[in-house]
Structure formats: structure tokens, C-alpha cells
Ligand binder design. Structure first.
Ligand SMILES: Nc1ncnc2c1ncn2[C@@H]1O[C@H](COP(=O)(O)OP(=O)(O)O)[C@@H](O)[C@H]1O
Ligand SMILES: [Mg+2]
Length: 384
């Protein structure tokens, strides 16, 4: 566990803090992503944790111990560190680079050799091919993997990773991210991971800490930053297309309201109209007695009608299936100017409705509800 309390850094000769009163806790086994634009203080904050930079004020605890009270060598052995520019020693082979810390710890040659091969395999580099190479003989992506392997060499419970995939092209970056998540799934280390890429942060982080000018603007699960951005800064950082990304992840069944108010096609028109007037509804959904969607009726159609609602029902041709994603649903709604979309199963049974309002509350945006007013949800969904 890593606990930061009111952590502040003012570089000598500077009048403004590079890190300004940051308080947050990273629970054991979680990945916390530090994100923010260049110069916002991410690296400074990270380097105070392993004391590469002295803290100006505040406290940092790693597994309950104040880092300033720990032996600095011990502290750094406890914490794997992947630096921003990879930083492999150019005159050493891959094997020697990865072996640095285990050698310092006095491991035997055999132990070290086994560990190096194990780590190379873990980061998907064939040991026989790569252990003897020099950093200049590696691609950017391979070098970065070696950097990660080196940081993990002595199996530290805590890892600090400063833009570990920063130098890698988008395709290989995704591959590395996926490998990293697979490894983390197994090893469950406590990790602080810096990036300036919001997609990477959302993918990698159990928690995200968004920094701006040295201050912590928002700290929470990726979901929280997407759905409840604290202010305009977070909103714009997270970006408008995030809303659509999130909608892509959710299914209609996740967002639908069950038991929407409705009537049966066998209900008498007069009574249904009374109920609609009472509840101030302009439209009402209609099902048959088996719960299959028949369509909807307008209040104005029912006026003066003496038969049953089934005579007047208008079909609803646009519906969604429960496992369709919300992005498709929303584009249907906006494309056809619908205020609601009914969710039906394969047999045509009405399962619930999606309204623009529920989608809006899901994505944390505010735009006006469109279309008609469909009333509140009732216990059994029936209007009568
Ligand atoms: N050694 C230093 N001396 C003085 N100022 C520094 C030093 N390192 C970084 N800074 C300043 O501190 C701020 C935060 O830098 P840094 O932590 O590197 O940001 P990030 O990693 O988010 O890009 C910047 O304004 C930077 O110019
Ligand atoms: Mg940095």
C-alpha cells in the first residue's frame, strides 16, 4: 500500500510548487495511474516515493512505513522502478541489465540466470535470442520490455513505472498493455503507472489520479472520471469521445428501466385515456397479455373511442435487443428523434425501455430529453 498525505515539492529556486498538497492512497495489489499534461508533476510525485527527489513537506508511507525513516537502499530494493527513457545500461547485455539488482542482493549465478530467463519469457522475449544482446540491438518496444523485466527482477511488491510504453508505436503498445495486464493479474503488485494518454489510463488503471499544475484534480476509478467528472477540466481531459466509448461498453439491458408504464391491448380505451390524463401522459406503450410489445397509443386517438386500445395501436418498428450496445441504441434514438426505445427479446416481449434521460445520467452529460413524456415507472408497470 502507498499512502501520500499532503505531499508537496518545491524545487529550490522555484516559487511555485511542482507538486502541491497531494493526498491519495493506492491499495495493495492495485494499479494507480498518474495522468496529466506534460509538466504537471507526475514524475516529481513518483520520484519522491522512492526518494530520488526529497519531499518538501507532507508524508509518504509504503506499507505503513514513512519512506523518510527507511534505509534508502532497502526502500529502492523494495520498489521496482521503470524510468521514463527506459534507461538500459548501453554497455551491458540484456542479461546484465536485468541482473543488476539481484547481483547487488548477492544472488547466486544460477539463481540470477534462472530469474533472467523467467522474466524474459514473462515479457515475451525469447531468452535464447535476447539475453546476450546489447540495448542498441533492440527495437524500442523490446528495450522497454527489458526495462520492465529489470524493474521486476528482485520481485519487488511495489512498482513505479514512468511512461513505460511511451516510446512505443500504438500497435505494439496495445500488445504490451495486454501482456502487462495479464502479468499483473497473476502477480498483483502495487503499481503506480504514469501516462499522458487517457485511453491507456482507462485501460490500465484500477484508479486514476488526474493532476494539473501539481494539484490532484480528481482521484477515482476510471468509471468515475468518465461518468462523474468533477469539473470542466476533467471533462475536457477525459474528452467527449469517452462518452461514446463508455456507451460502447454497456448493453441495452444495463441501462433499461424495467416495468415501463403501459396498458394491454384488451384494455378499454376510455379507462386508459383517464389514466393517461391523470398521469399527464401523451403516449402509452401497449402490450398483449403475454407481454409482447404491440406498439403505442396517443391520448388524442383515444378520445371518444369506445372499443379497446388494440383497435388504435400504432406499431413501434424501431426497437432494440437487450444485448445491443448503448452506442447503437443512442444513435437510433438521435437519428429518428425518439424519446424512448423499447427493449424487446427475440419473441418480441417488452423487457424495458431506454430513455435519453437514462442514457444521459449514465454518461454524466446534460442534454435535453427529447420526444414525449412517458410517465413514471409503476410497481407492476401497468397504468390501470
Ligand atoms: N530538477 C528540477 N528542478 C526544477 N524544476 C523541475 C525539476 N524537475 C522538474 N521540474 C519542474 O517541475 C514541474 C513538474 O515536472 P515533472 O514532474 O517532470 O512533470 P511531468 O512528469 O508531469 O511531465 C515542471 O514545471 C518542471 O519544469
Ligand atoms: Mg514525466
Amino acid at each position: 500500500m502507498i499512502e501520500l498525505k499532503q505531499v508537496t515539492k518545491i524545487y529550490p529556486g522555484s516559487s511555485t510548487p511542482a507538486v502541491d498538497g497531494v493526498t491519495l492512497t493506492v491499495p495493495k495489489g492495485e494499479v494507480c495511474v498518474f495522468i496529466g499534461s506534460s509538466g504537471c508533476g507526475k514524475t516529481t510525485l513518483m520520484r519522491m516515493i522512492n526518494r530520488l527527489i526529497p519531499i518538501t513537506s507532507g508524508t509518504i508511507r509504503v506499507n505503513g512505513q514513512d519512506v523518510r525513516e527507511m534505509d534508502v537502499i532497502q526502500l529502492r530494493r523494495h520498489i521496482g522502478y521503470v524510468i521514463q527513457q527506459i534507461g538500459l545500461f548501453p554497455h551491458m547485455t540484456v542479461h546484465e541489465n536485468i541482473a543488476t539488482v539481484p547481483r547487488l542482493l548477492g544472488w547466486s549465478k544460477r539463481q540470477i540466470a534462472e530469474r533472467v530467463d523467467e522474466l524474459l519469457a514473462l515479457v515475451n522475449l525469447e531468452p535464447r535470442v535476447f539475453r546476450g544482446r546489447y540495448p542498441r540491438e533492440l527495437s524500442g518496444g523490446q528495450a522497454q520490455r527489458v526495462g520492465v523485466a529489470r524493474a521486476m527482477a528482485a520481485n519487488p511488491p511495489v512498482m513505479l513505472m514512468d511512461e513505460p510504453f511511451g516510446a512505443i508505436d500504438p500497435i505494439n503498445r496495445e500488445v504490451l498493455q495486454d501482456e502487462f495486464l495479464k502479468i499483473q493479474e497473476k502477480l498483483r503488485k502495487t503499481i503506480i503507472f504514469i501516462t499522458h494518454d487517457i485511453d491507456e489510463a482507462i485501460k490500465m488503471g484500477d484508479k486514476i489520479a488526474l493532476l494539473d499544475a501539481g494539484r490532484l484534480v480528481q482521484f477515482g476509478e476510471p468509471e468515475e472520471l468518465l461518468t462523474r467528472p468533477k469539473n470542466e477540466f476533467v471533462k475536457s481531459f477525459v474528452g467527449a469521445d469517452r462518452v461514446l466509448k463508455r456507451l460502447n461498453l454497456l448493453k441495452a439491458r444495463d441501462a433499461m428501466m424495467e416495468n415501463p408504464v403501459h396498458c394491454l391491448d384488451t384494455d378499454p380505451s376510455g379507462k386508459v385515456l383517464d389514466g393517461m390524463l391523470e398521469q399527464d401522459l401523451n403516449f402509452l406503450l401497449v402490450t398483449d397479455r403475454n407481454g409482447r410489445l404491440r406498439g403505442y397509443v396517443n391520448a388524442s386517438d383515444l378520445r371518444g373511442h369506445t372499443g379497446t386500445v388494440g383497435d388504435l395501436v400504432r406499431p413501434l418498428t424501431l426497437t432494440v435487443r437487450p444485448d445491443q450496445n448503448l452506442k447503437e441504441a443512442l444513435s437510433k434514438m438521435l437519428g429518428y428523434d425518439l424519446g424512448i426505445l423499447v427493449v424487446v427479446d427475440q419473441e418480441g416481449k417488452m423487457l424495458g425501455v431506454l430513455t435519453t434521460r437514462t442514457l444521459v445520467s449514465l454518461v454524466g452529460e446534460t442534454y435535453d430529453e427529447r420526444g414525449g413524456h412517458w410517465g413514471k415507472i409503476t410497481a407492476n408497470g401497468r397504468i390501470l
